[in-house]
Each structure stands twice: as C-alpha cells, then as structure tokens.
Design a protein around this ligand. Structure first.
Ligand code: MN
Length: 166
C-alpha cells in the first residue's frame, strides 16, 4: 500500500504525525536499512513494525507485539506505507483522528536480509521477498536482535505471521 493511502487517512492540520510533503520528508542517508517498532495506544494497543524499503517504511500492525522466542507466532497485519520520517515519531494523535492515541518508540535499529550484501542488493532481495510473501531478515535493535521472518498467509494477503528463528 502506497504513501497515498497514508495521506488520505490523515489531516495534517490535526495530527502531529509527519506529512509526506518533500519539505518534511527526510530520506534515509544511512549505510544500513533501518527498522522501528512503535507502541501505539490506539483503540486497541498494538505494536507497529516498520522496515525501511525503497525510501518508505513498509508497515505491519502487530497486536501482540514482536515474537520473543522461536515458538511465538505473531499475527502481523500489513498496513499502509509510512514516510521515512515517521521512524522518529513519538507523540499523541488527537481524538477523532485516524489512529488516535499515544505513540512511543519501542525499539529501533538496523536490519538486513543478508548482512554481507550492500544496502542496494539487500533492497532487491527484500522487495522480492515482499512480493513473494516470504521475508527473512536479521534485526539489530536494542530489544530485538536475531533472525526473523514474515510470512504472508494464503487465506488473507494482508495477514502475515511474524516469527523468530531459533
Ligand atoms: Mn498503529
């Protein structure tokens, strides 16, 4: 889902969230791809898992949060792409707005499909994985570290399983 969906859902005069306008949208200048997890106290508490890819943040809402162990299977619902500048967002989305509630940065760091590949080659691998519904990557965050996978469910293409590898 594109950034257009992100824009359509929000009124930037009413929410402190970043818009996708060039002025406010910072592009990544890191050597590595980044990920972020935001704790979102919306009508239902969930964790938003976001992976930098192609200049945007690919995003999933994870009701129970990221898996802790290799026996956890966490449902992850694919949501609209978020602008790269959303990676730093913390704050309160006011009542009456889409996703109203508090947002806290829960974890952040770098990630890769293959740490031996360049950022560009990682993006090629990850885009293919996203298309095929099978993404594997390592996370190097403060809380999340190790190998993980996101696997799209055949019954509902918006639903993925978020797994931690042993
Ligand atoms: Mn959310």
């Amino acid at each position: 889902m594109s950034l257009e969906d992100y824009e359509k859902k929000r009124h930037f005069e009413n929410t402190p969230e970043p818009s996708t306008k060039p002025k406010q949208s910072k592009k990544s200048d890191h050597q590595s791809l980044i990920f972020v997890v935001q704790e979102h106290h919306a009508s239902h508490l969930h964790y938003d898992f976001r992976l930098e890819l192609g200049g945007v943040l690919k995003s999933w809402a994870v009701p129970k949060g990221p898996p802790h162990t290799s026996t956890d299977k966490r449902l992850a619902i694919e949501v609209e792409d978020h602008p790269f500048s959303y990676a730093n967002f913390e704050g309160t989305i006011p009542k009456g707005n889409y996703g109203a509630g508090e947002v806290y940065l829960w974890d952040s760091g770098t990630y890769a499909a293959n740490e031996d590949l360049s950022k560009k080659d990682n993006e090629i691998t990850l885009k293919k994985g996203l298309k095929d519904g099978h993404l594997t990557f390592s996370l190097n965050g403060k809380k999340l570290q190790g190998h993980y996978a996101l696997i799209r469910l055949k019954q509902n293409p918006k639903q993925w399983l978020f797994l931690k590898k042993p």
